[in-house]
Design a protein around this ligand. Sequence first.
Ligand code: GCO
Length: 433
Amino acid sequence: MFLWGTATASYQIEGAVAEDGRGASIWDTFAHEPGRVRGGDTGDVACDHYHRWEEDVELMSGLGVNSYRFSIAWPRVQPDGKGAINQAGLDFYDRLTDALRERDIVPAATLFHWDLPQPLEDEGGWLNRDTAYRFAEYAAAVADRLADRIPMWITLNEPFVHMVFGYALGAHAPGRTLVLDALPAAHHQLLGHGLAVRELRARGAEQVLITNNCTPVWPASADPADLAAADAYDILHNRLFNDPVLLGSYPDLSAYGVSLDCVRDGDLDLIGAPLDGIGINYYNPTRIAAPTGEGLPFEDAGVTGYPTTAFGWPVVPDGLRELLVGLRARYGDALPPVYVTENGCSQPDEPAPDGTVDDQARIDFLDGHIEAVERARAEGVDVRGYYVWSLLDNFEWAEGYSQRFGLVHVDFPTGKRTPKASYEWLRRRISQG
Ligand code: GCO
């Protein structure tokens, strides 16, 4: 059964950050630090999904999706990131899971979508190898409660983005600016993935995946220096996270003067444990040139000549086909079934005087990318699902509420939901199969 879904994440939609025993996450800390988030926005209330979840499930039911990808907030389950389990925190996901199943919507739960419990960050976060073991304990506690009713588990969301924005550049929580010294955060997240796979399997989890953010990498020219820079970026963005989970080995980093000294014997056997699928998040291709200064072995050359989203991201639907076909070419039989676990666009969506939201640009975006998935499937790539980012306009990390990705408009002061034109378009498109 092909899965048509929408995707969200706990800190971006839930709100209720101090309710029912939830502890602080690194995003609670980060968002409350002046200057970190556009407009001083925080996820304190967000879409108030924690209280309005039944309405949101009804919206999904009306959309006709047969799956919903959400994330479980670690700080709701373990406020300290370890030790005692907060049952009230698990109760919320229990209720949500049962409501989804009653409507024949397959729950797809992401265990970590960047809201690390602050006490773990206080001990080094993902720079600390112990965090990987705390993550496995958390995964076990959640699976004890929900593995019998959630068939699809995604351990991590985009470890690349979390490492780069959170630990290398500082644009996201926890706001570290370690540049290449952030690489241990990549390995420890992946180690946590491998340890969690073992715990999930031991509890009968039906499907276990990881979600990686991937991008086709285009060299700025055929100049050897640009080709080499594009290879370097492909290794950092894509292969550093796909190779270990699909091949059980890291790409060769020696040419770049870096090494993953934190890797220990046996780690890659754990990380390379077979998966039932891989989640791929796609937004746009990346064009890379040779560096003009010191530092990183590549430079973003920008993708021009395409329409752009409100975020300024180029809209290149065929990039998704290229990415999917490229993954199959690189990994062959090592590539498990693929789920596009995020694809969407931000647009300047505001309701017209009559209350409607005409987001034709999003309709065009989705139409083009769904067609790209169909072309990839016709070329033999085993794609089994497509999830739109996102069901609701939500907290877009450092951009706060300034970027609207939803199929449903959210008036944040009131929480009022308004399905956009793209909601109705997608409902019809899903009904066509
Ligand atoms: C990501 C995250 C989402 C984002 C979305 C738009 O891919 O960065 O998974 O949380 O909100 O992708 O940037």
